[in-house]
Design a protein around this ligand. Structure first.
Ligand SMILES: Nc1ncnc2c1ncn2[C@@H]1O[C@H](COP(=O)(O)OP(=O)(O)OP(=O)(O)O)[C@@H](O)[C@H]1O
Ligand SMILES: [Mg+2]
Length: 395
């Protein structure tokens, strides 16, 4: 089918109307924002593996809070930021930009005053021009500055939701960790109400790094861990997407897709899109589904995997090994089981394969089982199964 008409959006943020599931998490996060509206400072960490839907969830909550809870939202991506002052610069710049189509834009503008300049070809984009002194002042006086901003937003907005996404480099910064702790303490000991909700979004490793730099932060965050979609949520996702494009798919084929998706939204979009592109008509049949999985293995391998893992898995000598390792999606493997029914020559290749995959980080030893291995994340496990299918395994 024509890729242009695909109802799937690999690699793109999801429009709110296509957002699926996550009801409990949405309610919990919206609950935090509502507590901020009542004047309580809230701080949370949304964690979960890559592609599980952390940023999409945070975005959804922001839109919901803006519409239903008189909240000003700001979602900033901090990938590549290593220092506190750069984080503040990006955050306040994003706040200004995110406000541009909102009724509270004028209040934000007047808060920043002459530090705003017009940029871009037609001068329609605004940028915050904060000097080093402004940034150190903002770092030092963060709480009074935010309180003042909130006072200016009052009437239109009762709270501010700051979403700090992808905080890779900052997580290892002791300066940042200590600053954050001091902010939390300052708010806790102040007599004032601070209607602010801060949500960090990132991998669990990042939270651990942050806590390592400043152990007291461990008890500061409310933790929201995002787990894979349930089978029903994945099914709902595919059903809604196919239906929106007027396409149909049998229950059996839908179930196979659900199995390959393993609850990972990022894979749902890639798989769905690949199936869509291989489908011959608006009725998606078994051939379309199988070919879609094979195409998706190609796309996902190139897009989401480290090139060395992709190449190693594709090597001719591992074809039959791969079928043995990954004929069905699973997280844990046992060497003894993998070795059964193999010739001596194949056993050596299997050992070689396991060693190579461990070196590349695609497999790790399972501390709970002797001679056991496990995939470090669901993505790898599912990808191996797609590759096994491509290499001639069965679905
Ligand atoms: N609830 C959802 N409904 C529909 N699609 C979703 C949902 N959550 C995520 N997706 C889709 O899955 C893909 C990955 O989502 P997202 O970028 O939010 O994940 P992430 O956990 O932030 O990933 P990363 O760790 O790489 O930042 C995106 O294409 C997104 O549109
Ligand atoms: Mg993200």
């Amino acid at each position: 089918m024509n890729p242009e008409s695909s109802p799937f959006r690999p690699g793109q943020p999801i429009p709110i109307e296509f957002f699926v599931g996550r009801r409990k998490e949405v309610e919990r996060l919206h609950g935090m924002v509502k507590a901020s509206v009542r004047g309580n400072f809230k701080i949370g960490f949304v964690s979960g593996e890559r592609g599980i839907g952390k940023s999409s969830l945070a975005h959804f909550v922001r839109v919901l809070a803006e519409h239903e809870s008189k909240t000003a939202g700001c979602h900033v991506f901090l990938g590549g930021v290593h220092e506190l002052e750069e984080m503040l610069r990006r955050t306040f710049d994003r706040l200004l930009k995110d406000s541009m189509d909102k009724p509270w834009h004028e209040s934000v503008k007047s808060f920043f005053g002459n530090r705003i300049r017009k940029v871009g070809l037609f001068g329609v984009t605004l940028e915050l021009n904060l000097a080093g002194d402004d940034l150190s002042m903002l770092a030092h006086d963060f709480v009074p500055s935010i309180t003042q901003l909130l006072a200016q937003l009052k009437g239109q907005n009762e709270a501010l939701l700051l979403i700090l996404d992808d905080m890779n480099g900052l997580a290892t910064s002791e300066v940042f960790a200590n600053w954050l702790k001091s902010i939390v303490d300052e708010i806790a000991t102040s007599q004032q109400q601070v209607p602010l909700c801060v949500l960090f979004v990132g991998l669990e490793e990042r939270r651990r790094e942050l806590v390592k730099s400043q152990p007291s932060l461990a008890r500061v965050f409310e933790l929201i861990d995002i787990t894979p979609w349930s089978g029903d949520e994945v099914r709902e996702f595919y059903e809604r997407a196919f239906e929106s494009a007027g396409a149909t798919i049998s229950d059996d084929n839908l179930n196979a897709l659900v199995r390959f998706t393993g609850g990972l939204p990022v894979l749902a979009h890639e798989l769905g899109d690949a199936v869509w592109r291989t489908a011959q008509s608006l009725h998606v049949d078994t051939d379309d589904m199988v070919n879609g999985v094979i195409l998706a293995a190609e796309v996902i391998g190139r897009k989401l995997l480290e090139p060395q893992i992709f190449q190693a898995i594709r090597s001719e000598r591992y074809r039959s090994i791969l079928r043995k390792v990954a004929s069905t999606p699973r997280i844990r493997l046992r060497r003894a089981e993998l070795m059964s029914h193999l010739t001596d020559a194949k056993k050596r290749v299997m050992d070689n394969f396991l060693r190579r995959m461990r070196e590349l980080g695609a497999l790790e030893t399972d501390p709970e089982v002797r001679g056991g291995y496990r995939f470090p994340n669901t993505l790898y496990s599912l990808y191996f199964t797609m590759e096994a299918t491509r290499a001639g395994g069965s679905i």
